[in-house]
Design a protein. Structure first.
Length: 616
């Protein structure tokens, strides 16, 4: 591999003449340029036409498994540094298994975390992009810090921290797409190495000449046509993404009953394809035995959750995954994600291993209802409350306010389940909410279902009196949560507080339903062009001590959620706030405008509502 690289030129700020450091397993195309103190990690691919210049700002670090694609430019200013994951200073730090795709511009000082995806022609300058972020095409990220796991849509302009804080979470499909890009480019890296190695490429050419069939795989890129099940491969991917090493053990049927497992050969590889190949070798070397896989934390040397990936009698080396708790663990309940992927488990396999797979308290002494569920599972509570809710709906009705009941009905009519969270006053300031009940109505009729949910909510509120309680909808298909509503605050006189809306953290959706606004507050009689509902909403925010603010966006920025701040309205007078809102409506008459309420104490938004949309 002939690489076009050179030392940094002598300049007034540096005469070190530092040269690139390239790991032997990396592939840097000869049509790319590397200048200065550029540190290329293992299994990195630098594609043709890219330019990585550490001649002004320096040094650069590109982590293992990362791909830098065609036409990428990486440069940095002399001033400004970021702290890399090794706690040293860099002008540009790009983590492990990241994708810097075609024609992207990364200009330091910049930090790009592990497993990030920077899309075509996007620009990142003077910014920090957290681990696992997905930045799509033609985006601009400047002078901000983006939290891990966020999604930046195509064409977005993120130049204020407020915009960065409201970015949505990356979805599973986006994350899988980014992982697939890494896998493809790792195969390309192996292919480029093979093309330059006669010992690798000549046999392939001979085989092509004999069979006239394409065979694009080679010894160093095995594993993409893995015989392992997709569930096992997904577990491998998750463990590697969390920084774990992979370990394996095997045992025959007799020793399995006593838990006397034996270690397989250690797996030192960190690339998915190499780990999968090592697992297949372990399974092939131990047919007719139990084989299990587990993650090992390289820092604490502790092992994580174990997964049995082969059992005697399996028809192939791609067994359905079955979970097994770690030896000595007192935690009996396992997460259900792996169980859902592996299908139903037979009673024979549970009896054979003689191991607990779940514990759940379903009754406590002195409880009036048998089995109020703890945590996120409220099926027992909802079933026991159904008769009570029917009785209440027929007699005195729910004690919840009409606004809360209306929200419940709306969520149920849209097919949502109801989730709850609670927090005390101290934790409310930091946003450290704790999960409560997840309520799935059992009644068929809409009104009976609403009464059933209301009964469970009332019980939850009484159990957490003196705390903040909020309710939200959960889409049962995508498992995404919708708009949140605080339904109890400390100091409320009853368990039926006046509703206050709060948007989901990171949500770009600014429009709120207006049904609650119509039901709340008295109508203003002041002479104004604002609707009575909007006047009442502004008055309610002011009377509750919230700051009132406005944001605007033109049609293009509205599509990407790139709102710009008009400014906070610093007043405790309703009339003055109304006049200021009217002035902004006139100033931005051809743009979207939304009203926001801000809790000054906790620095959290409690409401967003679009109050103007451009015509046409």
């Amino acid at each position: 591999m002939v690489v076009r690289s050179s030392a940094a030129p002598p300049t007034p700020w540096s005469k070190k003449l530092a040269e690139p450091q390239i790991h032997e397993t990396a592939y840097v195309h000869s049509f790319s340029n590397l200048i200065g103190d550029v540190r290329i990690g293992s299994h990195v691919l630098v594609a043709p036409g890219s330019s990585i210049r550490a001649d002004e700002g320096t040094p650069f670090s590109i982590g293992e498994g990362t791909n830098v694609q065609d036409g990428v430019v990486i440069h940095a200013l002399e001033q400004g540094r970021v702290v890399g994951d090794d706690q040293n200073s860099y002008s540009v730090w790009i983590g492990k298994n990241a994708s810097i795709t075609h024609m992207a511009l990364v200009h330091g000082p910049v930090y790009v975390g592990d497993e990030c995806f920077i899309g075509f022609r996007s620009t990142v300058f003077n910014a920090r992009v957290g681990q696992g972020c997905i930045v799509m095409m033609h985006a601009l990220i400047q002078d901000v810090e983006i939290a891990p796991g966020k999604y930046v849509p195509s064409g977005a302009i993120v130049t204020s921290q407020q915009q960065a804080d409201r970015l949505p979470e990356a979805q599973a499909g986006d994350i899988e797409f980014a992982h697939n890009v890494v896998r493809v480019n790792d195969a390309l890296r192996s292919g480029y190495h093979c093309a330059e190695d006669n010992n690798c490429i000549i046999p392939i050419r001979d085989e092509l000449a004999e069979s006239h069939e394409s065979n694009s795989s080679n010894g160093s890129a095995r594993g993409w046509d893995s015989q392992l099940s997709s569930e096992v491969v997904q577990q491998v991917r998750q463990l590697l993404s969390q920084g774990y090493q992979i370990g394996t053990e095997h045992v025959d049927k007799r020793r399995f009953r006593t838990g006397t497992w034996q270690s397989c050969a250690p797996i030192e590889a960190r690339q998915e394809s190499e780990v999968v190949a090592a697992l297949e070798d372990c399974l092939a070397n131990h047919p007719g035995e139990y084989v299990r896989m587990f993650g090992i934390d390289p820092n604490s040397k502790q092992r994580g959750t174990e997964h049995i990936i082969q059992r005697p009698g399996d028809q192939s080396t791609s067994p359905t995954n079955r979970n097994q708790t770690s030896p000595g663990s007192n935690q009996g309940s396992q997460t259900t994600s792996n169980n859902q992927a592996s299908g139903s488990r037979s009673s024979e396999s549970d009896a054979e291993s003689q191991r607990r797979v779940q514990e759940q308290i379903i009754q406590r002494p002195n409880e009036q209802t048998a089995g109020r569920s703890s945590g996120n599972h409220a099926s027992a509570a909802t079933s026991n409350s159904s008769t009570r809710s029917n009785h209440r709906s027929q007699s005195s009705g729910s004690q919840l306010s009409s606004e809360v009941m209306e929200q419940v009905r709306q969520l149920l009519s849209q097919g949502y389940q109801i989730g709850t969270e609670h927090v005390d006053k101290r934790r409310f300031r930091t946003g450290a909410w704790q999960s409560g009940l997840q309520i799935e109505a059992q009644q068929e009729s809409e009104e009976a279902a609403a009464s059933e949910v209301a009964a469970t909510l009332e019980e939850f509120l009484s159990n957490h009196s003196g705390e903040y309680v909020r309710m939200f909808g959960i889409d049962p298909n995508s498992k995404q949560r919708g708009t949140e509503h605080i339904i109890q605050r400390p100091g409320d006189q009853t368990t039926s507080p006046t509703n206050r809306n709060q948007t989901s953290p990171g949500s770009n959706q600014g429009s709120q339903t207006t049904s609650n606004n119509q039901a709340s507050g008295s109508r203003s009689s002041e002479s104004t062009s604002l609707s009575s509902e909007l006047q009442a909403q502004i008055g309610q925010l002011v009377s509750q001590g919230y700051q009132v603010g406005l944001e605007h966006a033109d049609k293009r920025r509205f599509r990407t959620g790139s709102w710009q701040t008009c400014g906070a309205i610093d007043t405790n007078q309703k009339s003055e706030a109304i006049r200021t809102v009217e002035a902004y409506l006139r100033e931005y008459s051809k743009e979207y405008l939304r009203l926001i309420g801000i809790d000054a104490e906790s620095q959290r938004r409690v409401q967003e509502q679009i109050i103007q949309r451009p015509k046409g």
